[in-house]
Ligand binder design. Sequence first.
Ligand SMILES: Nc1ncnc2c1ncn2[C@@H]1O[C@H](COP(=O)(O)OP(=O)(O)OP(=O)(O)O)[C@@H](O)[C@H]1O
Length: 388
Amino acid sequence: MTGYTSTSSSYKMRNEKSRESGLHRIQEVELENVDLNDDYDVERTLGEGCFAKILLATHRKTNTTVVLKAVHTEMSTVKDFYREFHYSYHLSPHPNILSSYPVAFQSEGCYIFAQEYAQLGDLAGVVRAGGIPEESCKKVAQQLCSALEFLHSKQLVHRDIKLENILVFAGDLSKVKLCDFGETRKEGCLVNKVRGTWHPFLPPEVCETVKNERFTCRPASDCWQVGIVLFVCLTGCPPWHSADLTSDTDYSNFSKWQKRRTTKIPSQFRKFTPRLLRMFRRLMEHKPEKRASITEVYKYLKDSWLLEKNSSGSPVERKDSTNLYIDHDDDDDDEDAHHINDENKVRLTKLLSSYGLETTLDQKAMTSRIWEWVLACESNADANLEGI
Ligand SMILES: Nc1ncnc2c1ncn2[C@@H]1O[C@H](COP(=O)(O)OP(=O)(O)OP(=O)(O)O)[C@@H](O)[C@H]1O
């Protein structure tokens, strides 16, 4: 929606091309004070975060539906507002980042900027108890990581990845967009804890900081939060209350397994395949410097993520899975190791079947055997009925 401006009141970006070159130069231009109702028909409040109101409005002159993010002047400094508006606008060209328009002004005690409208709301409204289907989670994973790869390539860190900041544009989750750049900072700068983030989403290095202590902003914190988002998408709840080794047994159990001090997979992770476990292990490394980068996630998108139950109720991997049955954990040459293990698996299967041992369950064969049996029962029953 470039070219769209709020006539009486707007901040206009002079040149679209300045998006790229000026990413780290945050422009501050005086914000015009205007009466919101002169230019917009405000329909309703869509959401209310800790610091902002999200209003659905129509720009009267162009009859365009927009979302206005109104940050209360008492809750934010003008510098913070400019930073958020600046990053929101400059990152907009990415297909998985919410588009913001070159429109900003102040009105009724708020700093306001305009964005596109996500009719289906945010991901928190989609994820139910028990989670969402694996394929939907993978779609979210791919798009979210693409957005973050873009951010990280520009030495920016989002710092507040959570379900509420992922907006939904298609019911099957084939289109989602990252929003809320209020906490986005340049990699390497000193930052304070993000205010108002739900504890389970905080990475350990952030949990460990004491009140008002500053720490270095790193992309690794986004990678951790992507891990938590994907866990919540798959299960419907977070894996622990807080990534604190001393106070949270769920997290300390995970950490022991993560560091290979135990082979016991933490109970909340037992429904996952070895490949997905490996991804979580890599994304949720306790030490940020050892944590995988965001592109790691792409390596797992073709694998099965959830175990299925076999006829005796034990969890098994899907028959069509390209997964490994053994979790190989040497970080490099991942794909090569994958294939070598697949070859070994085929060899082992052949050897076992030469001794008449079936090693995997053929779901299709089993289903057709059940159907044959059901139909045979039905035709016997029909024959019996005819005989009555
Ligand atoms: N463009 C949009 N279209 C539809 N809904 C939106 C849009 N932007 C935000 N929302 C809704 O409003 C909520 C709050 O938005 P946002 O995260 O930008 O505000 P915030 O005050 O920065 O939030 P917080 O600081 O609590 O994370 C979102 O979780 C989402 O549900």
